[in-house]
Every structure is written in C-alpha cells, then in structure tokens.
Design a protein around this ligand. Sequence first.
Ligand code: CA
Length: 366
Amino acid sequence: MNRLRACNEVRARAGRRNLLSCAIALVALCACLAHIVQAQSIVNSATVRGEGYARRPDVQAFIDALVRNDAFDSRTLVRVFEQARVQPKVLAAMSRPIVAPPKWYEYGPQFLNASRIDAGVAFWQANDATLARAQDAFGVPAAVIVAIIGVETYYGRNTGSYRVIDALSTLAFDYPRRAEYFSAELRNFLLLCREQDVSPLLPRGSFAGAVGLPQFMPGSIREYAIDYDGDGRIDLANDPDDAIGSVANYLARHGWEPGQPVMEPVRIEEGERVEALLALFDGGVTPRRSVAEWIDNGVTGFAIPGDLAADPVGLLMLETSAAPEYWMTFNNWFVLTRYNRSRLYASAVWQLAQALSEGRETAFSR
Ligand SMILES: [Ca+2]
C-alpha cells in the first residue's frame, strides 16, 4: 500500500479531510513498514540458514528458563524452535495503523446480518442438547454462547491458519511492545502441548495465537477450557461440545449472573444537564454509577428490576447513521467485555444473541 492510498482511505473512513489524521496514519504506517522490513530481514536470514528461532540468544534464554522452571527437556525445545518461523504477516496485522476506531454502524453489520444469524440458528440446532446442558449448568444463555462462537469464528469457519508456535514466537521475540504478554502465552502454549501430549508444531490458530471455535489464548485454555463431551481431551478446534462448555465456563467464572439484564436502551433528556452527562463518555462508555444517580443526571426511558437499583451501572453510546443510541450496561455486559475488551464486541455479541433467539423461534414456528 503506498502512502497516498493509505491517506485517502483514512480520509474516506473519517468522512472528512483531516490532515492530522493523515499525519498520524503516515507515522503509524511508517512504524508498520519498519516492522515488516525488520521482520523480512529476520525471515530472510533465518530462512537462508534454515535454523528458525532456536539459535537466537533471546530464544535460548527463554528455553533455559523453561528448562529451569518448568522441567522441560532442552533438546526437545531446541528442536521445536528450530522449526518455528517468524511470520511477517503477524507483525503486519499487529502493527496495522489504528487511526479511527470503527464506529458501531461499521462494526455491527459484520455480525448482525442474515447469513450470520441463519448460520447461528443452524449451529444452535445442531448442538441443541449440549447448549441446553451448558445453559443449565453454568447459567449462561445458549444464545450468548452461540453468539460468541459466531462473532469469534463464524461458528468455526474461520479459526485461523497460522501455526500457533509461529504466531506466538513471532510476537514473543519480534514484537517488543507486547513481548511480556506473548512470552507468557508461548510458555502456556508449550505447557498445554505437554499436558495434552500434542506436538507444538501442529495446532493452528489466529495471527495472535488464539485457538479453536471460541478463539481462546493458550493461558485461557489452561485456566478455563473444559472437556465437555467426556472423551478425556480438551479440543476447542474440532469439538463443538468442548467449545460450548468452555465458553460457558469462562463467562460463569468471570461473574455472569443468570437471569440478569445485559444492556437496555435509555434516553438522555435534553436540558441543562445534558452537556455534563455527555462529557462523562470516554470512548463511548462512562464510569459506573447507581441507577438513582443516572436518573438524577437526566437518564430516562428505561425500566429495570428493582433489585438491581443498588448496583452501579454504566452508560454506553453506539453510533448509528442517525443520532447516537444510548444504553445502560449491567454487570453481564461487563462480563462480555472480559472476553474482548471492546464496547462494540460486547454489544455485537448481545445483539446477535437476541437475533439468534428470535431466529430460532421463527424457525420453530414454521
Ligand atoms: Ca473433549
């Protein structure tokens, strides 16, 4: 992509000619290109010598620590990292310039469309008994479990094609900004493979190393994934039962409250307090306050169960092509953000869940 085209795209997305945005894009693009060039030089030298990651001093230190602290066999790890390869596309994806975060009207329709809803109703039907079992056991609605798998991987269609060892090695050793996090995930991945008696060279996943229908990172697999079909193995890539049970367990362990609301539409009354209220929004969300405080501040148009009144709740703004929508967000909405820390993600999951429930009722009433 040349710089001019990058700038034009930025302008089109922002819908205005904004030189500042363009300058930021250019800087970010340069950083991105620098990453790619750096990665390309690494891959070239490594490919020429055919030695993968194993001989780099930082990788040797990483191996030494695993041998010392986790009782790994040194030769086994050296053999793994000899075959691990840097993935420039992973670095490019991580370094993609974020100039303007997507708006709701751009983000939502990717997931809230007829084909994703129909495929979700079909996935629900095909896994009905397991979803009902998970809903009973964990208190998480079946629709929410299906929606998460739908948003993450289109119900298992797009689980990622990178070798996890390549993606995580690239990010642990050639992406300094998040090296600590991805080194920990790389260690978790190697521990997981040892626990499951699987070669680390086999599993495939996203560019960030997330695995299977629900796109769990290795640390989350070790902490929250469960064997839900009782075959003695956790397999999130090939076993929908394990994916369903694991998503339900993850949300339950992060505090999902059965039967409680997620997000409800509200209105913000015009008046002298509205400016102060709107000033509370940062990135489309506000700090949490009591319902009584929000009412005092001019929030109206909603009805919630009385037993929730004491719990602090947030406000959410979603951009539409017309006026912004405002929502009240409850504990369960924040639990969804523990899966992916994004207001757009949590809102898309819940709205897809609603659409799936309606789609399933329609399918049954035919
Ligand atoms: Ca299993």
